[in-house]
Design a protein around this ligand. Structure first.
Ligand code: B1M
Length: 216
């Protein structure tokens, strides 16, 4: 791995957002592909933090500042991850479900969606089923994209699917779910439409589903 990508990873782990931003800028100037900066710099640093968090070697404050550094870095990569000249294929509402404050994965999915020409309305974190429904109606969206990182908040995905059924809107919406504890079988069990394991495949599947919807 190139030295600058290791430096990005190390500074992300130390929560040094400003330095991470500078290094990402430098790596881009050196023509290192944005995908490599994301995967081998930022995400590799976040993976190490995740293991340390699990083993109680770092705690919430350290993880929070690492997450801030991650978001600084990904924001700079955003224009470089987008497909140039992508044509708008549809509109998505994205959010992390109620009770859940994790937003790094959700932000990556948003970025990849935008890169595929999908217009995105981001409701942020801790989003209730009612808020998803309200936004779906006002924005006239095609897809609802739900992220959850906690086993305790996965149930909110089912509540959201059920709320769309109760509102008589289930047939009008494509519901996509993802996040570390989510699986394909969970997706089937709650009656959502698409499970995606990572941000890139989420964007690919969303685009495919939108194109199929348009041609139906
Ligand atoms: Co939290 N946390 N956290 N945390 N945190 C986890 C999830 C945990 C697994 C850590 C552990 O190992 N113990 C654990 C959950 C255990 C469980 O539920 N079984 C945990 C816990 C317990 C908690 C708290 C309860 C801790 C506490 O307070 N004692 C608390 C809960 C707060 C809340 O949400 N109510 C908490 C808090 C936090 C921070 C605030 C400190 C911080 C979040 C900061 C932020 O997001 N702005 C944080 C973090 C950073 C993590 C870990 C370390 C990293 C998550 C992350 O951002 N990964 C995480 C450990 C882990 O995941 N191994 C952990 C990088 C990111 C790119 O990956 O989000 O998985 P991820 O996204 C992936 C895919 O999942 C997918 O695409 C992305 C990759 O391309 N994806 C989708 C995500 N959403 C998708 C949606 C899609 C499709 C794909 O379609 C719509």
């Amino acid at each position: 791995m190139s030295a600058i990508l290791s430096e990005i990873s190390a500074n992300l782990q130390a929560g040094k957002a400003k330095i991470v931003g500078e290094l990402v800028g430098k790596a881009l100037a050196e023509n290192i592909p944005a995908k490599d900066i994301l995967e081998q710099g930022l995400l590799s640093g976040m993976d190490i933090i995740a293991v340390k968090f699990k083993n109680n070697e770092v705690y919430v404050p350290e993880v929070l500042i690492a997450a801030r550094a991650m978001n600084t870095g990904t924001a700079l990569l955003k224009p470089h991850l987008a497909d140039e000249g992508a044509v708008a294929v549809g509109k998505a509402i994205i959010g992390t479900v109620k009770g859940d404050l994790h937003d790094i994965g959700k932000n990556l999915v948003r970025m990849m969606f935008e890169g595929k020409g999908i217009e995105v309305v981001d409701l942020g974190v801790d989003v209730s089923p009612e808020k998803f429904i309200e936004a779906f109606k006002t924005e006239k969206a095609d897809i609802i994209a739900l992220s959850a990182l906690l086993t305790t908040t996965m149930g909110e995905m089912k509540s959201t699917v059920d709320a769309f059924k109760e509102a008589g809107l289930r047939d009008d919406v494509i519901i996509m779910i993802g996040g570390a504890p989510i699986t394909d079988s969970f997706c089937d069990s709650i009656g959502a439409d698409i499970y995606a394991a990572d941000a890139a495949s989420a964007a690919e599947s969303a685009k495919q589903a939108l194109l199929e919807k348009k041609s139906a």
